[in-house]
Write a protein that binds this ligand. Structure first.
Ligand code: PEP
Ligand code: MN
Length: 342
């Protein structure tokens, strides 16, 4: 349920609405908008309370109207927050008119490798450096990431070059350490429904990019995002990274670009497309990156490695710095065609 206040409503009237909601044991959220303030009920309302509460709320002075939110997710819903959420991190907007590009290696492998990757992606126009320190791998024998050493390298390069950073966090206990080393937490596809992790990340209040699980429906995805929002972070990005494919002969996953316009319609959160994991083959990544921007994504996350053949993870889908530069030029033209820019 959401209460839209009159444009002229004063602080006393807004507080009275908040108190009424809270006196019923529900959580109230003040949502300042560009024209008027809204107050959201950020809890599920017991059916027996729904109608009496609605009647009491519309009778409050200063209230313009009250709407029921029909979606199972509330805070992530556009019914709750009609304007696009723009996340500003150290001067970089995510979700605004400019599309943002995050790029870098799948895994941080060494100081040289992450510095070389960072310089290359920054020179080509990426605003955010990606690099995994904790790698959730299908095989326990595969490279698992450099762990805390990788985090320190990421922070060192981010500080040295003045580029934002994003890296994956894989456990609730790891949230504080990862948040101290990176500007954005990444919650990976395999952990989309790891609720203790979502709760810990939400409570940290740190900007977080949530990747869609390979078999998750859009409602499951948005309800996972709802955990982050409900537990305290308002800076949440949604990332489409491909779903289980019908066929793995030619590609790794199926990038579900249907999700992009749908998510943009039902949610106010920024949507990022990951064509690297989505298609899984380096030669096709630029085409799907361009398609992601064409269908309305607010940004991209791309794997780039100075020498993909020697990469310790995901080399087959990683671009060389030159290929990344070409991708940026192609995507820039597509962005212009849809009234965006990179
Ligand atoms: C990654 O970004 O390297 C990664 C592991 O992605 P995903 O969680 O989408 O598989
Ligand atoms: Mn990867």
């Amino acid at each position: 349920m959401m209460v839209l206040m009159h444009v002229s409503a004063g602080a006393d009237q807004i507080n009275a609405v908040i108190n009424l909601i809270e006196s019923n044991g529900l959580k109230a959220l003040r949502l300042p908008g560009s024209e008027h303030v809204a107050v959201g009920v950020a809890s599920s309302i017991p059916p027996s309370l729904r109608d009496p509460l609605y009647q009491e709320l519309i009778a409050c002075s200063g209230v313009d109207h009250v709407v029921h939110i029909s979606r199972p997710y509330k805070l992530a819903s556009r019914e709750f927050h009609s304007e696009d959420t723009v996340i500003n991190i150290k001067g970089v907007d995510i979700g605004g008119s400019k599309c943002v590009v995050m790029a870098g290696p799948c895994s941080i492998e060494s100081r040289e490798q992450i510095f070389e990757s960072a310089r290359a992606v920054q020179d080509a126009g990426a605003k955010i450096l990606r690099g995994g320190a904790y790698k959730p791998r299908t095989s326990p024998y595969a490279f698992q990431g450099l762990g805390p050493e990788g985090l320190s390298l990421l922070k060192e390069v981010g500080d040295a070059l003045g580029i934002l950073t994003i890296t994956e966090v894989v456990s609730p206990e790891g949230v504080a350490l990862v948040a101290a080393h990176a500007d954005i937490l990444q919650i990976g596809a395999r952990n989309m429904q790891n609720y203790p992790l979502l709760i810990a990340a939400g409570k940290s209040g740190h900007p977080t990019m949530l990747k869609r699980g390979p078999s998750a429906s859009l409602d499951e995805f948005l309800l996972a995002a709802e955990y982050l929002l409900h537990h305290g972070t308002s800076s949440v990005m949604l990332c489409e990274r491909g779903v289980h494919p019908l066929d793995r002969t030619y590609t790794r996953n199926t990038l579900d670009l249907n999700a992009v316009p749908v998510l943009k319609q039902v949610s106010h959160l920024p949507v990022i497309v990951d064509p690297s994991h989505g298609i899984g083959v380096s030669r096709y990544v630029a085409a799907m990156a361009a398609a992601g921007i064409a269908c309305g994504a607010d940004g991209l996350i791309i794997e780039v490695h100075p020498d993909p053949r020697s990469a310790r993870s995901d080399g087959a889908q990683s671009l060389t710095p030159d290929e990344f530069k070409q991708l940026m030029a192609r995507v820039g033209k597509v962005a212009e065609a849809v009234d965006r820019s990179i």
